[in-house]
Design a protein. Structure first.
Length: 375
């Protein structure tokens, strides 16, 4: 593995209000001028002391600061499959962490206790970018994931940490909704080796009413990552009963992926469980998730998976050439691995899209919480 050239976006040590990027002052005839955040399509305009919709970016005396730099809601060693990433060094361990806040307002958020928190005192762990990289290496992780809440909103911290990871020959992964402007997206995804982007639905109405955002910026991000960056891409859609699980919408989504991104981008359909402001809905039936997978395969996609359900077939990586089962999974556990390190099917030599290496003992489904504050 050779890391790409990387320059930290800042060199300061962690502090509560860290200088942020991607903003500009608004020229107004007011006694208290505002600044505008240029990180995401929300374009928050902030008075002095005011925070953006994400909660963590703030106007401090006419300059933008990031209030969660160097602080985390917690660190865990996870299997890479939990991100979910099925084509990025399967079976490997990854150090995962997040901060607080989010720039979308999804009523069905599955991590609402982290992403919706307005209490920075809950960020009980802390680590510098170098400390995170050293810890990942010490724990035997192959990668570091920016996850739990959306790393777009702590982009400066994530990019600095990615640079530190690359200096240790570690890979970096972003788990994100992809709600980001094009200019910061170029810098952000240049620092990432892989990303799983949460495509919430294939409906503008869904994004507006249930997420407080818009669909088109996410589609742009997906196309940019796949066509114009070196970042490996996988996509996840959480199927919510009665809202984004119709056959017509799933087929439209899959056809868009096949046409605009190509058939080799893995697509994960995961089951919803009642949470946050949509706790009155039933969980997604297994039959719905399996049907979504069938529709996406029929639309021409080569790698379609199911998640948050027990479904052996939906967790298996099949060769698109001869349909041999190459990687069989039971949840996050790998039960069988028949893919050589060159990533080619041993039967028909079809190249399996993704990043693969020498496969040893898989990390498994375990989740190991770790503390970094003392490092």
């Amino acid at each position: 593995y050779a890391s790409r050239p990387c320059e930290p976006v800042s060199v300061k040590t962690p502090e509560s209000h860290h200088p942020a990027r991607w903003w500009h002052a608004i020229e107004e005839e007011r006694e208290q001028p505002r600044i505008q955040c240029d990180l995401c399509p929300r374009d928050c305009k902030l008075h002095d002391g005011q925070r953006g919709a994400c909660f963590v970016r703030r106007n401090d005396a006419g300059r933008m600061t990031l209030t969660t730099y160097g602080r985390s809601s917690g660190f865990c060693i996870d299997p890479i499959e939990k991100k979910p990433l099925n084509h990025f060094y399967p079976g490997s361990a990854i150090l995962s962490f997040g901060t607080a806040g989010c720039n979308l307002a999804c009523k069905f958020c599955q991590n609402w206790d982290i992403s919706k928190t307005r209490d920075t005192d809950r960020l009980l762990d802390a680590a510098s970018p170098d400390g995170i990289a050293r810890a990942a290496a010490a724990y035997g992780a192959q990668s570091v994931a920016f996850t739990y809440n959306d790393p777009v909103i702590f982009a400066e911290y994530a990019i600095d940490t990615a640079c530190a990871c690359h200096s240790q020959h570690l890979k970096t992964v972003a788990v994100t909704a992809g709600y980001i402007h094009p200019e910061p997206a170029r810098e952000f995804f240049a620092a990432m080796d892989a990303a799983n982007v949460d495509l919430k639905a294939f409906s503008e109405d869904f994004y507006v009413k249930l997420c407080g955002g818009h669909l088109q910026p996410v589609l742009y991000t997906l196309a940019y990552i796949h066509h114009d960056s070196q970042c490996w891409l996988e996509i996840t859609t959480l199927l919510i009963p009665g809202h984004n699980d119709s056959n017509a919408e799933i087929t439209a989504l899959a056809r868009w992926v096949a046409k605009e991104l190509g058939p080799d981008v893995p697509l994960h359909f995961t089951a919803f469980h009642p949470d946050w402001k949509m706790d009155d809905l039933p969980p997604t039936p297994l039959a719905t998730v399996r049907q979504a997978r069938r529709l996406a395969l029929d639309a021409g996609l080569h790698y379609v998976y199911t998640g948050n359900v027990r479904d052996s077939e939906g967790g298996t990586t099949f060769c698109p050439g001869c349909h041999a089962a190459l990687i069989e999974r039971d949840g996050y556990d790998i039960r069988r691995y028949d893919l050589p390190s060159d990533g080619c099917c041993p039967r028909c030599k079809t190249r399996i899209a993704g990043h693969f290496g020498r496969f040893g003992k898989p990390f498994g489904a375990q989740r190991i919480p770790v503390r970094l504050a003392k490092r």
